[in-house]
Design a protein around this ligand. Structure first.
Ligand SMILES: [Zn+2]
Length: 163
């Protein structure tokens, strides 16, 4: 354990089912545009449809509730490349991830830098940050070198070159 932070009484002690956890506070975010440039040919393409995804973020410690981001984004169609693409939301989360960069970065740091076992890291994230991440998911992130898909150029801490 890190030893940082004082002990706070935990109203969720004894809860073992995810359904029993306190309801998340939902925050809206938008990456919804009428037109976006195609990532392949740079042509400006109209929105094809609007899509929603939910991202789990670090929780709200004041209210003790988890925090979810309801992200609305536009999907576009490039008629030249004949392909669909989404508005860029890589600042919030990696592709297909259910968790924000902030959650992934913290989880990986707990294991790689603080040396917590996966299960302890999962518990720590819930207890101190109100985000529920199954330990197997944390394991996947660590083994993938931080973030699945590697959309950003994070590198393994252990693989960092000296000097
Ligand atoms: Zn294109």
């Amino acid at each position: 354990m890190s030893g940082s932070g004082e002990y706070l009484p935990d109203g969720t002690e004894g809860i073992t089912r995810v359904e029993d956890l306190p309801k998340a506070k939902v925050v809206g975010r938008s990456r919804n545009y009428a037109r976006r440039p195609c990532p392949q040919c740079d042509r400006s393409c109209y929105r094809n449809r609007t899509v929603e995804r939910t991202l789990h973020d670090l929780g709200d410690l004041v209210s003790g509730r988890p925090r979810d981001i309801r992200l609305t984004y536009s999907q576009h169609y490039c008629c030249k490349c004949k392909s669909y693409f989404n508005a860029d939301m890589s600042d919030l989360a990696p592709p297909k991830s259910h968790y924000t960069h902030r959650v992934i970065a913290l989880a990986v740091r707990l294991v790689v830098e603080d040396g917590l076992p996966y299960r302890a890291a999962s518990w720590h994230l819930w207890r101190d940050h109100r985000v529920f991440v199954p330990f197997a998911t944390i394991q996947n992130w660590v083994e993938a070198g931080g973030e699945k898909g590697g959309a950003t150029n994070h590198r393994r801490v252990s693989g960092r070159r000296a000097g």
